[in-house]
Design a protein around this ligand. Structure first.
Ligand SMILES: Cc1cc2nc3c(=O)[nH]c(=O)nc-3n(C[C@H](O)[C@H](O)[C@H](O)COP(=O)(O)O)c2cc1C
Ligand code: SF4
Length: 453
C-alpha cells in the first residue's frame, strides 16, 4: 500500500476516506457509503444529470470535458444496451492517483458507475483497470462481490426495481488502451487500437451501444456531488472548473505525493509549499503540469492557477493531474529523449505520422544528445513534431509532439549547447545512465536529416 501524504491546504473530497479502512463494505457504509446511490434512485435521470452539470465536474482523465454534458449526449431510447465504463487504465507518466482511489475507496468508484448508469439508463458497468495494477484487481473484485452480496448490485438494487450489473476487467499493459475507443476495443477482446470518430461513444460505443466512459476520479467524485449538491461542489473550485483535483506531485521535490487541492490552486505554491520545494538545494527549471503529454512551463511561467482554462491560457494543459517538477540539473534534451522513448514504445503503429514520427524523433534525439547533433536538427525536430499535430487517428500523436515542440522552443539554448560534437554538456558523464537503445546510432546512414549529406 502506498504511503499517504498530507498538507494543511488539502481539501479532501474524493480522498476523504483514504486510510479509513473503506475497502470494508461495513466501514464504507458507516462513512456514508451507498447513501448517494439510494438518493440518486429517488432523484431520477434528469435530476442527476442537472446536479452533475451544476457541479462543473470536468473529466479527470485528461481532456476536461464536462461530465454532466457528456452524460446528456446518451440517447434516452436505444435498441442496444447502454454501458458505463470506468477508465482506470492510468498509464500517463507522472499520474498515479486513480490507483489510490481503487486502493482506498473502491466502493466510491462502484457508486460512481452505478449513478452514471441510473443517469443514462444503463444496466451494465465495467471497471477497466490498468494491466500492471495486478494488486488492485483483488481489491476491486472483492468490492464488487461485496456490493452484490448486499443487493447494491444485481437485480432490483436497493429494492428499487432497477437492475445493474458490474464487472472488473484489466488491460494487458498498453498506454494506448487508456484512450476511450481503444479501451472499448480491448474490452471487446480485440487489439487495443482506437476507432475512427464520429460516431462518438455516447451514441455508438461498447458493442455498438451508447456508452458513457469516464475516468475513475471523475466517477468517484459523483457520489459526493449527489450528497453535497452540485452547487456546493462547484464552489470548491473556480468558475467552470468545479471541485478539487488529485494532483500527483513528482520529480525533483522534497515531498512528492498525491495531494487533493481545490481546482485553481497556484502551481508555484504547489511546488514550493505543498511539495516542500526543490530538493538538494537546486532550483526549479520547468514543470509539466498535466502529465508527460503536455507542453512544459518554465520556472518563470508557474504562477498559474491550476484549472483547465488557466493552464490552457498559460500555454499548457491540466491533463491527467500528473505534475512533473524538473530541477536545474536536468538536461532538457535528455528529458525530450526520455519522453519520446515512452511514446515511441507506446505508439500502436496504426497511423504513419505517429508510428514513424515518434521513431524518427527518438532516433534524432538520441544521436543529438550523444553529441552527433547538427544545427539543422533543431529545426527538423520541431518541424517533424509540428507535422504530427492533428494528423493522427488518436491524440497520442499530439501527446508525443506537444512536449517536444515546447522543449525546443523554450530550451533552444540547451539544444544549441549540444552542438559541439561532444556528449551532453549538462551531465556528469561518470554517472550517465546508458540508454538501452540506439546510443551507438550511426547518424550518417540511419536518420533522414543527415542521410542526404
Ligand atoms: C493515448 C491516450 C491515453 C489515455 N489514457 C487515459 C487513462 O489512462 N485514463 C483516463 O481516464 N483517460 C485516458 N485518456 C483519455 C480518454 O480517452 C477519455 O478522454 C477519458 O477516459 C474520459 O473520461 P473523463 O471525461 O472522465 O476524463 C487517454 C487518452 C489518450 C489519447
Ligand atoms: S496516433 Fe499513434 S497511437 Fe494513436 S492511432 Fe495513430 S499510431 Fe496509434
Amino acid at each position: 500500500m502506498a504511503d499517504l501524504v498530507s498538507h494543511p491546504d488539502e481539501m479532501k473530497v474524493v480522498s476523504k476516506r483514504f486510510g479509513q479502512g473503506a475497502t470494508d463494505i461495513d466501514r464504507y457504509l458507516a462513512l456514508d457509503g451507498y447513501k448517494a446511490t439510494q438518493k440518486a434512485l429517488t432523484m431520477g435521470a434528469d435530476a442527476i444529470i442537472s446536479e452533475v452539470k451544476a457541479s462543473n465536474l470536468r473529466g479527470r482523465g485528461g481532456a476536461g470535458f464536462p461530465a454532466g454534458m457528456k452524460w446528456s449526449f446518451v440517447p434516452r431510447q436505444s435498441p442496444k444496451p447502454k454501458y458505463v465504463l470506468c477508465n482506470g487504465d492510468e498509464s500517463e507518466p507522472g499520474t498515479c492517483k486513480d490507483r489510490l482511489i481503487f486502493e482506498h475507496d473502491p466502493h466510491a468508484v462502484i457508486e460512481g458507475v452505478l449513478i452514471a448508469g441510473i443517469a443514462v439508463g444503463s444496466h451494465q458497468g465495467y471497471i477497466y483497470l490498468r494491466g500492471e495494477y495486478r494488486y488492485l484487481i483483488e481489491i476491486m473484485e472483492k468490492a464488487v462481490a461485496d456490493a452484490y452480496g448486499r443487493g447494491f448490485l444485481g437485480k432490483n438494487i436497493f429494492g428499487s426495481g432497477y437492475d445493474f450489473e458490474c464487472a472488473v476487467q484489466t488491460g494487458a499493459g498498453a498506454y494506448e488502451v487508456g484512450e476511450e475507443s481503444a479501451l472499448m476495443e480491448s474490452l471487446e477482446g480485440k487489439r487495443g487500437i482506437p476507432r475512427i470518430r464520429p460516431p462518438f461513444p455516447a451514441v455508438v460505443g461498447l458493442y455498438g451501444g451508447p456508452t458513457v466512459i469516464n475516468n475513475a476520479e471523475t466517477l468517484a467524485n459523483v457520489p459526493h456531488i449527489i450528497l453535497g449538491g452540485g452547487e456546493w461542489y462547484a464552489h470548491l473550485g473556480t468558475p467552470k472548473n468545479g471541485g478539487t483535483r488529485l494532483f500527483c506531485l513528482s520529480g525533483s521535490v522534497n515531498k512528492p505525493g498525491v495531494y487533493e487541492l481545490p481546482m485553481g490552486y497556484n502551481l508555484r505554491k504547489m511546488v514550493d509549499e505543498v511539495a516542500g520545494g526543490i530538493w538538494n538545494g537546486r532550483r526549479l527549471k520547468a514543470v509539466q503540469p498535466g502529465g508527460s503529454s503536455v507542453p512544459v512551463l518554465t520556472a518563470d511561467e508557474v504562477d498559474v492557477a491550476m484549472d483547465f482554462d488557466a493552464v490552457m491560457k498559460a500555454g499548457s494543459m491540466l491533463g491527467s493531474g500528473g505534475v512533473v517538477i524538473i530541477d536545474d540539473s536536468t538536461c532538457m534534451v535528455k528529458y525530450a529523449l526520455r519522453v519520446m522513448k515512452f511514446y515511441q514504445h507506446e505508439s500502436c503503429g496504426w497511423c504513419i505520422p505517429c508510428r514513424e514520427g515518434t521513431d524518427w524523433l527518438l532516433k534524432t534525439l538520441v544521436r543529438f544528445h550523444a553529441g552527433g547533433g547538427l544545427r539543422r536538427d533543431i529545426h527538423n525536430i520541431q518541424y517533424l513534431a509540428e507535422n504530427m499535430l492533428g494528423r493522427t487517428f488518436c491524440p497520442l500523436g499530439d501527446a508525443a509532439a506537444m512536449p517536444i515542440i515546447s522543449l525546443v522552443k523554450k530550451f533552444r539554448k540547451e539544444f544549441e549547447d549540444h552542438l559541439e560534437g561532444k556528449p551532453c554538456p549538462y551531465e556528469d558523464h561518470s554517472k550517465v545512465e546508458q540508454l538501452p537503445v540506439l546510443t551507438a546510432w550511426d547518424h550518417r546512414t540511419a536518420d533522414p536529416w543527415t542521410h542526404a549529406h
